[in-house]
Design a protein around this ligand. Structure first.
Ligand code: ADQ
Length: 469
């Protein structure tokens, strides 16, 4: 079988130790590489004075990683700039936060070229090449320009924005045109795929033929392929001794109260302020429930160099302080707000101890926390997932209590519904969601995507010329 070359912004091969804080994606890609062999290439996360293209190879648990350092200016313009201040907000429908700067766009292009220069010599002729996420949209075209004829896929982990929003990006058409260098592009949901389709058909004049989108001589297959978690591993984690210890500690500290849990990177897309306001509304409307519950919100800071992330942090601290100030009593605090990451094995115990998982992003490509929460539950007495309709996961987890995260009233009502839900109904809903999480797990995701990619026709040389021109 052909090797897999995975290229993503950051490389974090999962150690399999179960104690790391790696996210689901890292686990997914490590599993994919273990199965197929190959290399995972990306930025080391480190800065260097002058970009040299020097590659640091490492081998961990049978997975080879290859990383490069970037210059400060690259990091500022490509990562903190275009990726996190332009594309991330835009792709999460936040054009109010998106910054359109030519310098960012230039740095983004430069780093994509540097990635292409560095990784291209590592690729053998029959390798499958799989590029990940919004940091590297034009990388496929850069690889084609350098002569790559391999099957080349791309997966977007975020939403794809509606056509009219994407049109606000000055170089939107140029950028999207580069994506026709890929053979297959994967999205988590129909909705994101349809938005891509609308943009290329209605704004750029592409033609559609089933899943194929045709622009000039270039054909790209746009597929829906929702990412999953390693359900077996997560279920096993949840009943491990260490998770059980965390579970007991959580239960003890809850002193008989029901715990509601939120676990998110501290990011404006996750709807944390709206979640706190929805919870506050519940406390206001149901004084009799106040001391019966509490909200544990775990939110480690991310992307601290970016101003909008500093703002959300300050806003949340203020909000948590205000709500606690207004409602806390000598023996009860309504919100426990924790700003740090935890090992997955501990998270599994925390999820299991929570009567309600509150997952209410304003917009999310998928959201793996929702799936982890379900996988960690006790099958005999599971908790209830309250899930935003605007998370990609809502398309699969239809038995969650789904809410509009912008509505504090809906959130408050949903908390009441979840607290009152009879065990029989909890078990029925949980079983249905767990069936999906087990069937469409992370290996299913990886195989579904790579099967379609493997079946794509090999790129012809003339096509390379055409895309490069
Ligand atoms: P993220 O935006 O990072 O991922 P998510 O899918 O929820 O969001 O994954 C977060 C991961 O980080 C989960 O595995 C979670 O357990 C872990 N995590 C979160 N908080 C943590 C904490 N305090 N301690 C330790 N671990 C923590 C992007 C997209 C998503 C998409 C994924 C995968 O934004 O929409 O689901 O990629 O495609």
């Amino acid at each position: 079988m052909s090797r897999l070359i995975i290229i993503s912004n950051r490389v974090s091969a999962s150690t399999g130790s179960q104690s790391g804080a790696q996210g689901g994606l890292s686990v997914a890609l490590t599993a994919a590489l273990r199965e197929n062999g190959g290399i995972w290439f990306g930025w080391s996360g480190e800065a260097t004075e002058h970009f040299t293209g020097h590659i640091n190879f490492q081998k961990q648990d049978g997975v080879t990683t290859a990383t490069v350092d970037l210059e400060e200016q690259d990091i500022e313009e490509y990562y903190n700039g275009y990726a996190n201040r332009t594309l991330w907000p835009l792709f999460h429908y936040r054009i109010d936060l998106a910054e359109y700067e030519r310098g960012f766009a230039g740095g983004y292009q430069r780093v994509n070229e540097r990635f292409a220069d560095t990784v291209y010599p590592l690729i053998d002729s029959d390798d499958l090449v799989w590029v990940q996420d919004y940091h590297l949209l034009p990388l496929g075209q850069e690889l084609r320009k350098r002569g790559l004829n391999n099957r080349l896929g791309f997966f977007l982990h975020t939403p794809w924005p509606p056509r009219r929003l994407l049109s606000t990006l000055p170089e939107a058409e140029e950028l999207v045109a580069t994506m026709f260098a890929y053979d297959v592009i994967g999205f988590h949901t129909e909705e994101w795929r349809d938005s891509f389709y609308n943009f290329v058909v209605d704004e750029m004049g592409a033609r559609a033929d089933g899943d194929d989108l045709i622009l000039g001589d270039h054909v790209v297959k746009a597929i829906v392929c929702p990412i999953g978690i390693d359900a077996k591993e997560f279920t096993a984690l949840a009943s491990s001794p260490r998770a059980r210890l965390t579970y007991r500690q959580m239960r003890d500290s809850a002193v008989g109260r029901d715990m509601i849990v939120g676990v998110d990177r501290l990011d404006y897309s996750k709807g944390l302020e709206e979640r706190f306001l929805g919870y506050e509304r519940f406390l206001r409307e149901h004084p009799e429930e106040r001391k019966e519950i509490f909200l544990l919100q775990i939110a480690p800071p991310s992307r601290g160099e970016v101003g909008s992330y500093q703002k959300i942090r300050t806003a949340l601290e203020g909000l948590a302080g205000r709500i606690n100030g207004a409602y806390a009593d000598l023996d009860w605090v309504p919100i426990r707000y924790v700003n740090q990451g935890y090992a997955r094995i501990e998270l599994a115990g925390v999820y299991r101890a929570a009567k309600i998982g509150l997952v209410t992003p304003l917009r999310d490509g998928m959201n793996l926390v929702a799936k982890e929460y379900i996988a960690a539950q006790d099958p005999e007495d599971p908790g209830v997932l309250i899930l935003s309709r605007f998370a990609g996961a809502a398309a699969q987890l239809t038995e969650a209590v789904q809410v509009n995260p912008y509505s504090a009233e809906e959130m408050s009502d949903a908390i009441m519904v979840a607290l009152r839900m009879p065990r029989e109904e909890r078990v029925r809903r949980w079983r249905s969601m767990m069936d999906n999480i087990e069937a469409e797990d992370v290996m299913w995701w990886m195989r579904s995507f790579t099967d379609v990619l493997r079946a794509a026709p090999v790129a012809a040389n003339d096509r390379v010329e055409a895309v490069a021109s």
